[in-house]
Design a protein around this ligand. Structure first.
Ligand SMILES: [Fe+2]
Ligand SMILES: [Fe+2]
Length: 349
């Protein structure tokens, strides 16, 4: 008897960001309205369906483990774990078209609804920090195109990512301008500075899954807490983008692992777990813009902090990275033993 997964979507919580469909469009159908479950995940779709539950920016997806007969799975043409559905290519076509279906547009931002009087000083600090860190996608794109120059599929998708990300600092900076905030000279160019990527491409993808999941949760919190209603709306839309990006990096990470020779995949798993361990240990704030932003907000006085549930975010990230790497991780304390196990198996293999 194997354990399957039954998924449900709470339509009232869904913001139609399309992250779940980016992970598994045969299970999660995002049409004109809220997402709905088209059918239950098959054996080869459990990992991505489970990831959807953790990546969904509003926790609209419930997943319940259920027993099923050996070889079971309700998916059509379920394939073995050795050839996961997410290994199909090109991912660009699938991810780019699903983004187009859900993407919000700049011309639809209702700027006339902005209530500048409700833009408190604390809120302005938060938005400044977020806008600043969002500018780093400019240099990150240069690094992606360089590091993944041999990967046509991924580098095409980076264009989609960069386009969508560019709108984030743009609308946040525009909001600041319209509420009367003056930004210092060099605000954008200083924000564009980022640190070099690590050598492991899987490690880089894991880093970006972590930062996108974290960013989605930070914007979700901003959406819920903003006393200024238009910013609240924008934050919900940006949270959805970040979650969809996390889902996309997740897919590319899975694809890379599935297509690598066994020994190389095992080394990649170790690099991914090392990235996660470093992040949990607080090493990443020195290097990643999203982590740096949260560090600055966490250290700022008064109500400027978003008062994030860091523990909840850490558990969420651990679950997502475990699914990406095919390593059973339920909590932070599982990461160290899992890394030792992967390194040992890599040596023995
Ligand atoms: Fe962003
Ligand atoms: Fe993002």
């Amino acid at each position: 008897m194997s354990v399957g997964l039954e998924v449900r979507v709470d339509g009232a919580r869904c913001t139609r960001c399309g992250a779940c469909a980016a992970l598994c469009r045969s299970v999660f159908d995002v049409g004109e309205g809220a997402c709905r479950v088209a059918r239950q995940p098959g054996a080869d779709e459990r990992v991505v369906a489970d990831a959807a539950r953790w990546i969904c920016p509003t926790d609209a997806i419930r997943a319940i483990a259920r027993d099923e007969e050996p070889g079971g799975g309700s998916g059509e043409g379920a394939r073995s774990e050795a050839a996961p559905a997410e290994g199909d290519s090109p991912l660009f076509t699938e991810l780019a078209t699903s983004s187009e279906r859900v993407r919000w547009t700049l011309d639809a931002v209702p700027w006339h609804e902005l209530e500048a009087a409700r833009a408190t000083p604390e809120l302005r600090v938060v938005v400044r920090e977020m806008a600043f860190s969002e500018n780093a996608t400019y240099s990150a794109t240069q690094r992606f195109l360089e590091a993944f120059c041999d990967d046509v599929d991924f580098s095409r998708w980076v264009a989609v990512w960069f386009y969508e990300e560019t709108r984030h600092p743009y609308v946040l900076t525009e909001w600041l301008r319209r509420v009367g905030e003056e930004l210092p000279a060099g605000f954008v160019s200083k924000g564009r500075v980022s640190t070099p990527f690590m050598r492991s491409l899987t490690g880089t993808l894991v880093t970006n899954v972590i930062s996108e999941v974290t960013a989605a949760q930070a914007y979700r919190r901003l959406g819920a807490r903003s006393p200024e209603p238009l910013l609240g709306q924008l934050a919900v839309r940006i949270a959805g983008d970040e979650a969809r990006h996390a889902a996309s990096f997740f897919r590319f990470g899975r694809q890379r692992l599935a297509s690598a020779p066994a020994a190389e995949a095992q080394r990649d798993r170790a690099r991914g777990l090392e990235v996660l361990q470093a992040w949990l240990g607080g090493a990443t704030p020195a290097t990643h813009p999203v982590a740096q932003m949260l560090e600055r907000l966490g250290g700022s006085a008064g109500g400027a902090s978003l008062d994030l549930d860091f523990r909840g975010i850490r558990t969420r990230v651990v679950r997502v990275v475990g699914l990406l790497l095919d390593v059973p991780l339920r909590a932070e304390e599982d990461v160290g033993p899992a890394l030792r196990n992967v390194l040992m198996r890599g040596r023995d293999g």
